[in-house]
Ligand binder design. Structure first.
Ligand code: SER
Length: 338
């Protein structure tokens, strides 16, 4: 008999850290797939760790043969800044990797006769707002507005949301003996900030980098203007949102992709709260025109009323709580500073 498990791809990444830890604490049986071996903190929490690429179909087939996967959290991706340097590789990983996982989930669902719940973190990068004046005027942007991303990563995320909807609703619609077996659910996350890990290759990274640098006593040059504003979310809220959406009754869900907001603040407001916590820190600005252009195309805030109504999304951390009760105390202790 195959063993029933939850699969997490990209488990060693930022969201993966929080999710593996949270799911393991609730006694879930977890298998993981990541290009790099899991660190010492995560490895003991999982039942089996596969090291390899989501583009390796034979590896996915081996997992399929051995395990009965009830739920997939497909986190593996190349983020927005990194993807602009290697767009074809990003497409391969972000899009081909995702269709491989969707096919995998469909096969799993067919073999155990129930839909596989498939969680997919999408992003505010799925939006593309043409200019700053429109961004200011747009305010809180709803899911179906301004979906014209300017980055390869954003295109990949938006398309994979649609691909997921296809697998969930229309898969092989002309075939008499096929039906969808993937219960696809996606959250469009804002910039995420974790106390225990630093991101790599994202464009919202200036906020987490600023606070981690300050905690380590390193100077930091912020690569966007002081007035740059996008929404951010504390990592525990992101991991909880994925778990909450996974557990929501299917009948309550009116969409396959949901906005989820947190706190919308400017780079300068974040700098000020970091400086108040770490008065010796040096945080200056050195604008990267191209990365600035990407962040300027993302909304200043999102309308997440559908997520709140359909599956009870309610982030615990506003701006003050995120910094004063989560980020600053935890980061301070992880770098052994007061
Ligand atoms: N934080 C991501 C990035 O900057 C967006 O999802 O690429």
């Amino acid at each position: 008999m195959r063993k029933s498990v939850v699969l997490i791809t990209g488990a060693g990444g930022e969201i993966g850290h929080a999710l593996v830890t949270g799911l393991a604490a609730s006694d879930a049986s977890i298998i993981t797939l990541d290009v790099a071996p899991l660190g010492a903190a995560l490895a003991p929490l999982v039942r089996r760790e596969f090291t390899g690429s989501i583009t390796d179909v034979s590896l996915l087939e081996r997992m399929l043969a051995e395990f009965e996967v009830e739920c997939v959290f497909h986190l593996a991706a190349l983020l927005s800044t990194r993807a602009e340097f290697t767009p074809v590789t990003a497409h391969r990983v972000n899009v081909e990797g995702t269709i491989n996982l969707l096919e995998f989930a469909q096969r799993q669902g067919e073999s155990h006769g129930r839909p596989v719940v498939f969680l997919y973190p999408s992003s505010i990068a799925a939006y593309g707002i043409p200019d700053l004046e429109t961004k200011t005027r747009a305010g809180r942007v709803a899911e179906d507005a301004f979906t014209h991303p300017t980055t390869m990563y954003g295109c990949n995320k938006l398309y994979c949301e649609e691909l997921g909807r296809y697998y969930a609703r229309h898969y092989k619609q002309l075939s008499v003996d096929a039906s969808p077996h993937v219960d696809f659910r996606s959250v469009r996350f804002p910039g995420l900030i974790s106390a225990s890990t630093v991101p790599s290759g994202g464009t919202s990274d200036y906020a987490p980098e600023m606070i981690h640098a300050a905690a380590k006593g390193e100077a930091y040059e912020c690569f966007v203007r002081p007035d740059t504003t996008i929404p951010f979310m504390a990592m525990p809220d992101a991991s909880n949102a994925l778990r909450q959406l996974a557990a929501a009754p299917r009948a309550r869900l009116t969409r396959t992709a949901y906005n989820a907001g947190g706190f919308s603040r400017s780079a300068e407001e974040i700098r000020e709260v970091v400086l108040a916590a770490f008065p010796a820190a040096t945080i200056t600005y050195k604008i990267d025109r191209k990365r600035q252009g990407i962040v300027d195309s993302w909304p200043a805030d999102v309308d997440d009323s559908a997520a709140r109504a359909d599956w009870g999304f309610a982030p615990a951390y506003d701006f003050n709580r995120a910094f004063l009760e989560y980020l600053i105390p935890s980061i301070g202790s992880s770098y052994h500073r007061p």
